[in-house]
Write a protein that binds this ligand. Structure first.
Ligand code: HEC
Ligand code: HEC
Ligand code: HEC
Ligand code: HEC
Ligand code: HEC
Length: 168
């Protein structure tokens, strides 16, 4: 007669394992094809965010730079770094670097960089953390994108939280 609670307990354990596996798959660290160093380019060399993320002030998507942007300075190797050698090979062949994204919203959500940066006057750091200080690619976003996060800031700024503002 005690098999009911036992079965429920076993089911609970099973569900916890399934949830744990699903969570660890979702939360797997992201590895980039080249160990790009933000700190070196931003703090030491003085590049602006928009020298590389060309549309962060003017477009919907900031965009991750590819070989054309890097080629301005890396058509020929400047160091004996193996990571730079990988980059120089990409530039020579024209093969795009398969950068992986850390930040994204689902297709049903509309987000515009220009609206938040140029018009809203919000700094990159508010949504992306101190990216300019990262000396290697981040395995996870500094700041997770969530509906709650969007809505909290809209509330603080007196911006609409109408479902159809963000969900098109
Ligand atoms: C405005 C010029 C400029 C641009 C544009 C630029 N870099 Fe660099 N990068 C440099 C310089 C200068 C160095 C060498 C610094 C030194 O002497 O240590 C360097 C070094 C590197 C290195 C090797 C050193 C290290 O420790 O990381 C890599 C890898 C690298 N850059 C990747 C990139 C990638 C990827 C892009 C394009 C997204 C890019 N760079 C765009 C100027 C630039
Ligand atoms: C020299 C070019 C360069 C400059 C300057 C630069 N970035 Fe980047 N950024 C990259 C590259 C290449 C990647 C992809 C590799 C990585 O994640 O490190 C990237 C990735 C990012 C990402 C993660 C995007 C995603 O979804 O994967 C953010 C956010 C970002 N940069 C913000 C900034 C900010 C903020 C600044 C200015 C403080 C800045 N970057 C300056 C080249 C640059
Ligand atoms: C109000 C929050 C917010 C601000 C401010 C902001 N971003 Fe983003 N950023 C996001 C979100 C959300 C995404 C994911 C968007 C998507 O999937 O279309 C993103 C994506 C990115 C990406 C990934 C590539 C892409 O285009 O999707 C880069 C690079 C990036 N941002 C750079 C920047 C830079 C540089 C600045 C400052 C000039 C900046 N962002 C300001 C929220 C912000
Ligand atoms: C740090 C504060 C902040 C965060 C985080 C933020 N927003 Fe906003 N958002 C604003 C402000 C401020 C405005 C109004 C800008 C203006 O028009 O002056 C705005 C405006 C908007 C608009 C209206 C723009 C238009 O074109 O009609 C949309 C849509 C929007 N945000 C979507 C989002 C989404 C989606 C997220 C999360 C991924 C997000 N926002 C996160 C501050 C924020
Ligand atoms: C300021 C922007 C914003 C507003 C306003 C907003 N959402 Fe969202 N919503 C998002 C973002 C970003 C995501 C994706 C990230 C996430 O799931 O947290 C999302 C995800 C969702 C999802 C999918 C959740 C999931 O688990 O897959 C649903 C359903 C949803 N929103 C419904 C609504 C409803 C209903 C409203 C109005 C009461 C609303 N949203 C208002 C930004 C917004």
């Amino acid at each position: 007669m005690s098999s009911g609670p036992l079965r429920a307990a076993l089911l609970g354990v099973l569900l916890a394992i399934v949830a744990g596996v699903a969570f660890s798959l979702l939360d797997r660290p992201i590895e980039q094809p080249i160990a790009f160093n933000h700190r070196l380019h931003v703090e030491d060399l003085g590049s602006d965010c928009t020298d590389c993320h060309l549309y962060a002030m003017t477009g919907v998507r900031a965009t991750i730079p590819n070989v054309e942007v890097c080629a301005d300075c890396h058509a020929e190797a400047q160091t004996d770094s193996e990571e730079e050698a990988l980059l120089v090979a990409h530039i020579a062949s024209g093969d795009p670097i398969p950068w992986r994204k850390l930040y994204w919203v689902p297709d049903h959500v509309y987000f515009s960089h220009r609206r938040h940066t140029a018009i809203g006057g919000i700094e990159c750091e508010t949504c992306h953390g101190p990216m300019g200080e990262a000396s290697e690619p981040m395995p996870r976003p500094f700041v997770k994108v969530t509906m709650n996060g969007c809505m909290k800031c809209h509330e603080q700024n007196g911006t609409s939280n109408d479902c159809l503002l963000c969900h098109k």
